[in-house]
Design a protein around this ligand. Structure first.
Ligand code: FAD
Ligand code: NAP
Length: 312
């Protein structure tokens, strides 16, 4: 049996939303506990340059998140390396069970579990995951020095991943299902100017091709969405960058969600459908999904929690 710990505010998640909530609730003398989850620092730890965090023209994502954790701890938040495997919001105090065996009870909960990469859902993608198929260029790009890679997607992540992969690969093919990208224009300009990048427009990926022993990728089979014509693109690595889905598994049967799992909050607040439970960042936001907006919502959640506890 693990120990049981009580806290006034339990923050679940260690991205910009979680750490900002921790800074504010620690400064409100609420002695918050923040549980980091499997990705300490959140999504920005799998990118390199961040160029739109106010105050830093350039900052490395992992460095920014180390600074945010240090800031939260310096203000008095307790940051714990653990994973919340279940959460009971049906009674007060709320009860969170962690993988380590610790049970947390809390007067208020701030959910900041963010989002996770989406996959195409192909059997061959599953088969080659970790053997040539990846959703993180910054984690796995190094393995493709002197090789050819394919990236699928048309948003900021796909363009960023494709550009990052040019540091290692001899050729990067970006495959997109439409004829225009949704990535920011400045990123598109960089992509189109890059001599190592080729874009295959209006194509979907049907299958990842590879060898059995050793397990490895040799190419992908793509299909033109307009003509149906198939093309084989040879490659050694395939990177999926088709967006992210909210990590709402813990609460999907307890809180109201919409747009495919995003937690619903009362507009202009971080209040969820259960009083005392607040949600911030990509978990609630199907529109902006930025580090700075997540941090802003983390601040709001801490202030909302403080008011809720004061009113008790
Ligand atoms: P996340 O950063 O997603 O963090 C979620 C946290 O929750 C993680 O720490 C995870 O471990 C934790 N967690 C999840 N489940 C549990 C659980 N059950 N128990 C405990 N903890 C849990 N935005 C920008 O503004 N600028 C950029 O340049 C930029 N670049 C990006 C590059 C990439 C490759 C990606 C993927 C995203 C990028 N974004 C960028 C978007 C930005 O990273 C997100 O908007 C932001 O990180 C969301 O913050 P968050 O705090 O809501 O959650
Ligand atoms: P996104 O903006 O949702 O883009 C996902 C892309 O994948 C879209 O182009 C989409 O095509 C495509 N796609 C989705 N499902 C697909 C499927 N099944 N098959 C093929 N293609 C598919 O996701 P994102 O690029 O991960 O960005 C998420 C958020 O993080 C955004 O708000 C973004 O601005 C932010 N972010 C910011 C930065 C930055 O500021 N530098 C960097 C990375 C991410 P369609 O275009 O046809 O829909």
């Amino acid at each position: 049996m693990g120990e049981t710990r009580h806290t006034r505010v339990l923050i679940i998640g260690s991205g910009p939303a979680g750490y900002t909530a921790a800074v504010y609730s620690a400064r409100a003398m609420l002695n918050p506990i923040l549980v980091q989850g499997l990705q300490p620092g959140g999504q920005l730890t799998i990118t390199t340059e961040v160029e739109n965090w106010p105050g830093d023209t350039h900052v490395q994502g992992p460095d920014l998140m180390v600074r945010m954790q240090a800031h939260a701890e310096a203000m008095g938040a307790e940051v714990i390396s653990d994973y919340i495997s279940s959460l009971d919001l049906s009674k007060r105090p709320f009860v969170a069970q962690a993988d380590s065996g610790t049970t947390f009870t809390a007067d208020a909960v701030i959910l900041a579990t963010g989002a996770q990469a989406k996959w195409l859902g192909l059997p061959s993608e599953e088969k080659f995951k970790g053997f040539g198929v990846s959703a993180c260029a910054t984690c796995d790009g190094f393995f493709y020095r002197g090789r050819e890679v394919v990236v699928i997607g048309g948003g900021n992540t796909a363009v960023e991943e494709a550009l990052f992969l040019t540091n290692f690969a001899t050729k990067v093919t970006l495959i997109h299902r439409r004829d225009t990208l949704r990535a920011e224009k400045i990123m598109q300009d960089r992509l189109f100017k890059h001599p190592k990048v080729e874009v295959l427009w209006n194509h979907g990926v049907e299958e990842i091709l590879g060898t059995e022993a050793p397990l490895g990728v040799t190419g992908i089979r793509a299909r033109d969405v307009n003509t149906g014509v198939e093309t084989i693109v040879p490659c050694d690595g395939f990177f999926v960058a088709i967006g992210h889905a909210p990590a709402s598994e813990l609460v999907k049967d307890q809180l109201e969600t919409h747009h495919g799992g995003y937690v619903v909050v009362t507009p202009g607040t971080t209040n969820t459908s259960i009083p005392g439970v607040f949600a911030a960042g990509d978990l609630t936001d199907h529109v902006y999904r930025q580090a700075v907006t997540s941090a802003g919502m983390g601040c709001m959640a801490a202030l909302d929690a403080e008011r809720f506890l004061a009113g008790e």
